[in-house]
Design a protein around this ligand. Structure first.
Ligand SMILES: Nc1nc2c(ncn2[C@@H]2O[C@H](COP(=O)(O)OP(=O)(O)OP(=O)(O)O)[C@@H](O)[C@H]2O)c(=O)[nH]1
Ligand SMILES: [Mg+2]
Length: 207
């Protein structure tokens, strides 16, 4: 079985839950306390569409004073999780600048991205209406939008797998010369299940 290594970068403002999402994905643990990150990296082996993949995950600093390395990791990253908290509109708006920076540095309009609205368990504190975030994800070229809860471990595997699949679709070597297996080809950046949902109602979230 062929083995690939892909570099994923987790980006977003301070306190939105980047480290908690990463810890849930990599180690299946929930972290209640808040300890601002400088920079941490993790490795995780997963299987996606029958391919064995090693993900190298960089959990970045949301706090401005630690962002000096940003340009470097944007160059080396192959896919980006853009994380905001559904309890903070500002945290969503701040992602626009990060996305622009990624596009500029990579000189590519189709960098694998996933927009992640975290803290979905805090519905009573919601400040970002789901359609608002979904509209932004569409304006960004149909970037998949998920709402997650690191606390409840909801949609955590899904966001990493979606991003990994996007990277694999870009990596010609990941699939055989006649393309990815049935059901994956042509799916582009939006999973089929999600597209069907979009036809039914104007939101795009898997809960
Ligand atoms: N209720 C709830 N709280 C969360 C969730 N995810 C993270 N938190 C809490 O939010 C706080 C910040 O989480 P972190 O994962 O450290 O945030 P971060 O984005 O890594 O922050 P920086 O490292 O400073 O950029 C912690 O107290 C977490 O327990 C979630 O899904 N639901
Ligand atoms: Mg952190």
């Amino acid at each position: 079985m062929s083995q690939r290594e892909y570099h994923i970068v987790v980006l977003g403002s301070g306190g939105v839950g980047k480290s908690c999402l990463t810890a849930q994905f990599v180690q299946n643990v929930w972290i209640e306390s808040y300890d601002p990150t400088i920079e941490d990296s993790y490795r995780k082996h997963i299987d996606v569409d029958g391919r064995h993949v090693i993900l190298e995950i960089l959990d970045t600093a949301g706090t401005e004073q630690f962002t000096a390395m940003r340009e470097l990791y944007m160059k080396t990253g192959q896919g980006f999780l853009l994380v905001f908290s559904i309890t903070s509109m500002t945290s969503l708006y701040e992602l626009a600048e990060l996305r622009e920076q990624i596009r500029r540095i990579k000189e590519d309009d189709n960098v694998p991205l996933v927009l992640v609205g975290n803290k979905s368990d805090l519905e009573e504190d919601r400040a970002v209406p789901r359609p608002r975030a979904f509209k932004i994800s569409q304006d960004w070229g149909n970037v998949p939008y998920y709402e997650t809860s690191a606390r409840r471990r909801a949609n955590v595997d899904e966001v990493f797998t979606d991003l990994c699949r996007q990277i694999m679709l870009k990596d010609q070597r990941a699939y055989p010369p006649n393309g990815p297996p049935r059901g994956i080809r042509g799916e582009g950046r939006v999973p089929r299940r999600e597209r069907r949902r979009r036809h039914r109602r104007p939101v795009c979230t898997i809960l």
